[in-house]
Structure formats: C-alpha cells, structure tokens
Design a protein around this ligand. Sequence first.
Ligand SMILES: Cc1cc2nc3c(=O)[nH]c(=O)nc-3n(C[C@H](O)[C@H](O)[C@H](O)COP(=O)(O)OP(=O)(O)OC[C@H]3O[C@@H](n4cnc5c(N)ncnc54)[C@H](O)[C@@H]3O)c2cc1C
Length: 628
Amino acid sequence: MEHYFISAMFEEYDVIVVGAGHAGCEAAHAAATMGSKVLLVTMNMMTIAQMSCNPAMGGIAKGQIIREIDALGGVSGIVSDKSMIQFRMLNKSKGPAMWSPRTQNDRMLFSQYWREALEANPNIDMWQDVVNKIIVKDNKVIGVITNIGIEIKGRSVVLTNGTFLNGLIHIGEKKFGGGRTAENASTGLTEQLVELGFESGRMKTGTPPRIDGRTINYNIIEEQKGDDSPGQFSFLNPIKLPKQRSCYITYTNLDVHKTLETGFEKSPMFTGRIKGVGPRYCPSIEDKINRFSDRERHQIFVEPEGWNTVEVYVNGFSTSLPEDVQLKALKQIQGFKNVKMFRPGYAIEYDYFPPTQLNHSLETKLIDGLYFAGQINGTTGYEEAGSQGLMAGINASRKINDLDPLILKRSEAYIGVLIDDLITKGTDEPYRMFTSRAEYRILLRQDNADLRLTKLGYEIGLASKERFNNVSDKNSEIKKLFNDLKHKKLIPIIINDNLKINGSSPIKEKTSIYQLLKRPEIDIEKLIEIDESLKNYLSKYSKEIIEQAEINTIYESYIEKEQKLVEKVEHLENYKIRDDFDYSKIKALSSEAIEKLMNIKPKTIGQATRISGVSPADISVIMVYLKR
Ligand SMILES: Cc1cc2nc3c(=O)[nH]c(=O)nc-3n(C[C@H](O)[C@H](O)[C@H](O)COP(=O)(O)OP(=O)(O)OC[C@H]3O[C@@H](n4cnc5c(N)ncnc54)[C@H](O)[C@@H]3O)c2cc1C
C-alpha cells in the first residue's frame, strides 16, 4: 500500500498517543496541558476511556494512585467523582496508611466525562483509526502509519494499546480475535516491534458475565450501601454525592460449583488453549473452585453499571466457561434463580512488552522518543494504566522541550513504586498495585497525596494555579492547627469523667490536646464532645485539615521513623551508574547478577539493590569498584 504524509490534514505533532484507554487519555491530557500539540489516535471514538471490566475505580492501593494522579493534575479522579454512583472509604477501621477510597461508577458517564475533558483541551486533536506501524529513523520514532495508509509525523509516540495487541477472546471452546468483546484486535504492531529488537510476551485476563438487574431478587440478598458521608477522589472542587446506588452481596454454593465443573472439559484454562499468564490474585471462578476445592462458597458482589441501567456486573464471577454453563451456574446463586444474561464472561489473551525494556521515564531503551504505558507494560487495572499514561505523557512532553524526565521516587508516590518495580524487576504476571509493594506506606497515604505531589505537578505545568494555591493554604492551616493542638490544654475537671468512660486514665494537671490524642482510645471527635470551646475553635477548620492535624499527631513518631529511613536509603540513589558500565569486568559478581545488571542497566546503586538476583554482596563489590 502506498503511504503518504497528508500534511494538509495533519501537522507534525509533538506527541502522538495511540489508544484512548485509561493510559492514553491521561497521556494525551497531560502532554497537551503542558503545551504540546497532541494527536490521540484511537480505534473507536465511541469507546474512549471504556471500563473494560468492572465499573469501579480505586480500592486498596489503587485509590491512593487515583488521588496521586489527581494531585499531579491528571483527570481520572475528577471523572471518577463526576460519574460515581457510590463512594466507600475501604479499610477505615485500620490506620490511615490503609484507608483506600473506592467509587462505583456509571460506565457510560465515565466515558462521556473523559471525552468531554479531552475535547475541552485545544491542544488535543483526535483521529479514529488503527495504528499498525510506527515510523523509525536512526533509532528514533518519527511518526505512525495507520490502517488506512496514512502517515502522521510525530516527535514522540506513546503506545497504550491495552489488551488489543493480537487479542484473542475465549468463551468455552470458541475463540476469536478481539481487543475486547465486540472490538477488533490490533495486529502488526507487535510484529514490527519484535523486528526492531523488542521482546514480547503473552498475558491473559478475564471478565464476568453481565446480567439483567430486573431478573434479580434483591430482597433475599445482602445490601451494601455507600458511606453515610461520601467522599471523593479529587482534591479540587469536592463533589458531595446527594444520593447513591447500593451494591449487593451474594454467594456461590456447592451446586453452583458442580455446574461449573461440568464445563471444565471445555474450559480454555484447563485444556491448555490459553497460553498467557493470568492475574493470580484476581482468579476466575473456575480457578477459585479448582484451587480452593474445600471452600463451600465464594463471595459475589452485585454491582450496578450505572444510574439509569438495569445492567449488573457480577464481581467475583470472572469466567471463560461455555456461555450455557455460565447461565446455568448463575441461576443457582441465591437471588439469581430467574436471572437473564446480557453478555457472557470471557477470557482474553494479548501481547505485552516486558517493562524492563523501559527507562524510568517510560521511554523505551531501544527507540528514542517511543513510550509505552498501561496494560502493554504487563500491568492490569485502570489506575495502574492511568498513572503510567500520565507519566509517559508528562515525559514525552518534557523530552521534546529538552527537559529532564519527571521521575517520582518510591518515597514520593505509589506511582514511583509502580514504575520502579516494573522497570527494575519486570513482571511475569499481570502486575497490580498492593499497599505491601510500597515500603513507605505511612508517608504515601491517600489523604496527603496533594501535599506530596501538587507542587511538583504545578512546577511542570500540569497542575493548575488553583490546585497549587489550595494546597499551599491547606499546608499552612495544617501547620497552624498542629501547633495549636500542642498549646491548647484541657483541664482535669472538664474531661476526666469522659476519659474514664472511654477507658482512659484521668489527668492530674492541664494537658494539651496533642498529648491526649497520643492515647489510642482518644480521638478528636471524643474531645469535641467534651469541650464546647474546642468544638467552637475547630469549627473554623475543614474536616480535611482536622484529619491531617490529627494524623500528624497520632502517627508523628511513625512518620518521623519512615522519613529517617528514606534519608538513610536515599544516599544510595545518589550513587549514579553510567549506562555503559561494564559489569562483566567485575570478577567477584555472580553471573546471574551480571546478566540482570547488563540487561536492566540500573541508573543508581539504589536501583541496583532492588533487582532480584543482585545480592547485598554484589552491591558491596560494585560500590568498591565505583569508589575506585
Ligand atoms: C476482558 C478484560 C478483563 C479485565 N479484567 C480486569 C480485572 O479484573 N481487573 C483489573 O484491574 N483490570 C482488568 N482488566 C484490565 C483493564 O481493563 C486494563 O488494565 C485497563 O483498561 C488498561 O488500560 P489501557 O489504557 O492500558 O488499555 P485499554 O483500556 O485496553 O485501552 C486501549 C485503547 O487503545 C485502543 N487501541 C488499541 N490498539 C490500537 C491501535 N493499534 N490503534 C489505535 N487504537 C488502538 C483501544 O481501542 C482502546 O481504546 C480487564 C480487561 C479486559 C479486556
């Protein structure tokens, strides 16, 4: 086919983003807001920011990521808030490091608000087409070629193809090409990238059936309401949800398991037809009943797909068994006796590129100006994808302006942990974020994401002045209140009775609120109940400011301890290692360490310590060598 630059139609773009999923949308918005001229090429403009799987954002560790995206000036938090139908703060009974916001979303509105956000940005052009080749000259990307034979010039390209690269969908014994149900797969790109020297792999994921809510008996299943006082993701313009839709909980049972087992011989999972590696921690229902055969039931969350639809997402019932087996098993679940199915569940296999082929900026090591973000890097989840897209968009834009990449440290953000894990350790199964992956959890809380990151977002030209001002004011108010809590004292006669009621020992002399809050059985709510003047004093502060001052008081010693740890480890990040450093010359290194180090090319000693297979002894040897 003849290719031509149709320059009359397309100018040369600073950044071409391929794919308008969660990663692509954040990438396009970030780069464009920072002043780059962006073209967002996507296969189908009706599926912008489509939620391929569950209609929900956030949750444990993922909620922290959304708040970080928002703090930096990204859009996922705002769109999630606007389209939410339910809000819950998970893990509220645990310490604040574990609190994780989660929204149930209206799938259609989520997509619509994202599209509106992109259309509102004058630096973003859109083009509906399939990119099946990138154009590379002298190891530098200079544009893309689309399915209809159009060449478009770009100074950088961000690939965010999601589950679409050679996507193969399985339902029982049936299999067909597709990037998602009812959408085509993307072919050609993987093959070209492999020819260029990239390594690719195969992963898989799955989704549950969607059912008709009119056929569910909600009276006999457990209702799960949203929080009484719903919060939101975005630090900007808080939205207070006036009403919420409930989710419901039901369970599988032994009859359901027996029915599902009748489909095992046709299961693509068990017959070996699926070759890709799936997410261990997000198993299909057939996987669960196979692996945990002693369990008599598994929990099912019944999640509405929006405000004005009867469609329901059956969370916990991901499956690729034959559709008739799916329906028969569903009907045996409590409350689902008469259920009708809208869409069957399915599994999908797709290509990904091991992320050790990337730099921290998400630019590929092989091709200058080419960035990968999202599921293409072996991750799973909207939040993981969105955050990578944001960073790839930021860094593509910075690169064409000759600026150093923005790299978030592990001690600054979950996003920093995510990217460092990916490019340093790689992943051989779909990577999702957990709080346990972060070593500085008490610093990386969802509630302080703006205090950690908004200044950075503002300095790079992404977060707005309004955000920056909000955070500066918030910071000053928190400091003032924290200080006041040290000086404001309560007298024994007023509070001793109440302390006793709360199982706390009485005070003998005037004691500061700061000191009282250090007692685990006491919190600010309890003190307000006792002391009217304190209640009056605190009424000038918002809930968020009081919460921050309280967290800073209660967790002061833990926060200080983690900060010291960061400082201790930070010096290792200052030992820079050149890309061309020849590890094979160091005889004392193990051969495994040499291979891993040569492959990953860590930029610092700190990064080298995190490579699996590189021991503390190897690190000492490298340090001695570097010092020489
Ligand atoms: C069946 C299924 C089940 C899933 N289950 C889960 C789950 O249980 N838990 C979980 O956390 N995540 C799950 N996911 C993953 C989640 O959907 C993804 O992690 C997330 O959507 C990835 O975002 P992304 O932006 O990288 O890609 P996607 O959201 O997949 O978006 C990719 C975009 O790129 C476009 N595109 C692709 N190729 C081209 C091309 N060549 N040219 C132009 N446009 C192109 C597509 O049209 C699409 O708009 C599932 C996904 C699927 C499909």
